[in-house]
Design a protein around this ligand. Sequence first.
Ligand SMILES: [Zn+2]
Length: 337
Amino acid sequence: MARSPEVALAMDWGGTWARASVANRQGEILWNCRVANGQGASTEQLIENTEELLRQAIDWCDNRSIAGLGVAIAGPVEAETGTLYGSPNLSALNGVSLRDLWEPTLGFPVLVGNDANLAALGEFQYGAGLEARKQGNPPRTLLYVTVSTGIGGGLVDRGQMFLGASGVAVEVGHMTIDFSSTAPRCQCGNTGCLEALASGTAIAKIARARLASQEVQTSSLATLNAEDTIDSETVFQEAGRGDALALSILEDAVLALSVGLTNLLHLYNPDLIVLGGGVTGGLTELGLLPRINSLMLRRAMSDRHKEFRLVASKLGDSVGMIGAAGLVWGKVGTSEG
Ligand SMILES: [Zn+2]
């Protein structure tokens, strides 16, 4: 009889780095390593780099039996074939099915998913979802939203990822929040998207624009060589010191996030909402998550919709990778059961 697998390989392939790891059934990372994609790398170079990373992971496993490889990738993934398409950050991989490429030679299942969807799965199985189960509050529907350079999200309902017809559902960053004629432009081409109002990129851009106006030269942000050096971290820093402009920029971001999250509350009725990403970290430090929570409660249309908990991510930067491992263990569990 075949041995029950001991480890899963997981990969998180983003716009800058490809990271690989070995994880156990508890979602704990036992080993990890990363390689830079390299600017302007060709499809072949990108794949060669990550194959070397995989070889190192497999070497580390020695004679531990491997359940499979899960890949979390920054871009839309066709669920049936594992083909990446339309990724702005990894465009050299568009049209590539990592499953078809690797499964025949590796000899174990290769499962590919979008990183935000897998982050939701990771939190459901091993992060905030696990913690809630331990506290006697098992989540049914978990919504994960990352507020970082951009804004993305994923949804897990009763253990299953909600993918949509072509795997591009839950694009929470591109909900229209502001449809006025002055709404800021989003990188997706629309105006007034949540991402254009509350992402790290947006916070920095709004800070620079407001500093360029006369009214706010008293702000401590104005002394920081406004044009180039202001990023979202500077805004958080100065808000922490009580700067009125920085605080008002973040208050606008908090309002936009509360409206967006309330829309999601009404659409998906999640009982657990997990916020991740660098901007969430900054908001948490400033004690602003309870404010988002209370604004949502105020807008929610019924008592049922108010039955949610809003928490910060438990898995941090590894959330996508841990979700990728979870995808493998989910598949193994199904075929063994
Ligand atoms: Zn957009």
